[in-house]
Design a protein around this ligand. Structure first.
Ligand SMILES: [Zn+2]
Length: 487
């Protein structure tokens, strides 16, 4: 990273707020849905009316524990909800219920890899809290929507272990991926259900840490990366010109590629935290924690490693196939179906992986944890079996895929009704091969002189002549024979 910031070093810690996928809010039974008319999901509890009492949502606690276990945290047997006091129009109670001194989870980590270098940035703590409402600003007035007020969040506080915008962006991608894989969060940055604040400061390596700036409300990983690099460079320039930093909160203008001052910030003391007297301490038993730990699925990092070591895929392919839970589900369910065939007649794993990457992915539409896939595992297995058995060619498979995409048609039925079939008439192929060899004397001579990789040229020409329908293995055999004979 030395090149990036000259002889300075950036020190970055991320705070991520992730909305838990519960039906109801953290302390009441309101069921908010994104995009519903303003203030249609409120009640005395989330409006903060006098006398209303919060009741902790058991489902939210389970999801929070699930996330923390997936991130390698230690679950605390006792944690305490605290009031974080501040005044803002979107916070009707005048305080937010959060956890402060005693959060429910401590000391986790996350594996990241940037430029081939693997690291394990640490997670300091995770706590549960309720979200605030939303201020909506118009030209001459502002209004408040409290649908979101009281929605359950976890805040994942990272240690300042990151050293560049690229590392920070990678950390966020991996974090989002883990939360989605365990079904805790939908990873939706646009709707704000996964959002990040970045604390950025700079120092000379080994020297004292500078004052930090907090970058707020950046809703894409690319902009997080840009904003951190821009901010680190701004601080370096400031110090080098003899200026000094005050602790502050800044935003990022992605068009001008600069950060700007939102407000100068006071520390935590301004919030006058104290334990919420309306809520008892949260006790998490070892039995509950073990039960949740047992229910965790294989995590994306482990899954990628398995795809490489057991299935023989490239790290790149493993990364693509674990990019969304629904993609890896399609891949694994296809594997399962294919695995029922006798071993000698099984579609190769790499063929499934390649077809998903080359053809299927382009037609995938994801929406948070949901995804619309153009093909199901049964169809995919059947299609690739048709290729393996030599009924259709790889090129024809693309055609069949295009005709079945988004429908429940069976590839077999499409092949039948379209009259598709592999061209595997040895006599006809031999005639084509002889014609081709005769019309390409230069290549034929070179091939016979030992330039055997020219076989690919001949195969390509035959495939072209048969519009991709010829059986490639047979074409290879016939060509080799014809070329040898003609010598
Ligand atoms: Zn409510």
């Amino acid at each position: 990273m030395a090149a990036l910031y000259g002889d300075w070093e950036a020190v970055i810690g991320l705070e991520v707020h992730a909305q838990l996928l519960t039906r109801t809010k953290l302390f009441c039974a309101c069921e908010p849905r994104f995009g519903d008319p303003p203030n249609t999901h409120t009640c005395p509890v989330c409006l903060g009316l006098p006398g209303a009492l919060p009741v902790l949502n058991d489902g939210a606690v389970r999801l929070a524990v699930r996330a923390a276990l997936a991130l390698g945290c230690t679950i605390q047997p006792r944690s305490v909800f605290a009031r974080k006091n501040y005044f803002y129009p979107d916070l009707p109670k005048g305080y937010q219920i959060s956890q402060y001194e005693l959060p429910f989870a401590l000391a986790g980590e996350l594996a990241i890899e940037v430029d081939g270098e693997r690291q394990r940035p640490r997670i300091l703590r995770i706590h549960m809290e309720e979200d605030a409402g939303k201020n909506v600003h118009h030209a001459s007035y502002s209004v408040v929507d409290l649908n979101r007020a009281g929605t359950p969040l976890i805040e994942i506080v990272g240690e300042p272990d990151l050293r560049s915008g690229a590392q920070a962006a990678e950390y966020l991608r991996r974090l989002r991926e883990v939360l989605m894989a365990v079904g805790v969060n939908d990873g939706n940055l646009e709707q704000g259900s996964f959002r990040c604040d970045a604390n950025v400061s700079v120092r000379k390596p080994g020297g004292p840490l500078g004052v930090r700036a907090e970058l707020k409300n950046i809703n894409s990983f690319r902009f997080v990366e840009e904003a951190i690099d821009v901010e680190a460079k701004r601080q370096i320039a400031l110090y080098e010109s003899g200026g000094h930093m005050v602790q502050q909160t800044r935003g990022y203008n992605s068009e001008k590629k600069e950060t700007y001052l939102l407000r100068e910030k006071e520390g935590d003391t301004g919030y006058r935290y104290f334990p919420d007297p309306d809520l008892p301490a949260l006790h998490l038993s070892a039995e509950l924690v073990q039960e949740i730990a047992r229910s965790l699925p294989e995590l994306p990092d482990a899954r990628r490693a398995r795809y490489v070591s057991e299935l023989g895929l490239t790290p790149y392919a493993a990364g693509v196939l674990t990019g969304h839970p629904k993609i890896s589900e399609l891949f694994e369910r296809t594997l399962e179906i294919v695995g029922r065939a006798p071993e000698a007649q099984r579609v190769e794993v790499v063929k499934i992986a390649n077809f998903i990457q080359a053809e299927v992915l382009a037609g995938v539409r994801t929406d948070g944890l949901e995804a619309t896939l153009p093909i199901g595992p049964q169809q995919l297995a059947e299609l690739l079996e048709l290729v393996r058995a030599g009924t259709i060619s790889g090129k024809q498979a693309k055609e069949v895929f295009a005709k079945t995409a988004g429908t429940d048609r069976s590839p077999k039925e499409v092949v039948g009704s379209e009259g598709l079939a592999v061209m595997s008439d040895p006599g006809e192929l031999e005639r084509l091969a002889k014609e081709l060899v005769a019309s390409s004397p230069k290549q034929a001579t070179q091939y016979r002189a030992g330039k055997t990789n020219l076989l690919g040229f001949f195969v390509g020409q035959i495939m072209k002549a048969t519009k991709g329908s010829a059986d490639p293995a047979l074409v290879n055999d016939v060509l080799k024979r014809v070329l040898a004979e003609g010598g």
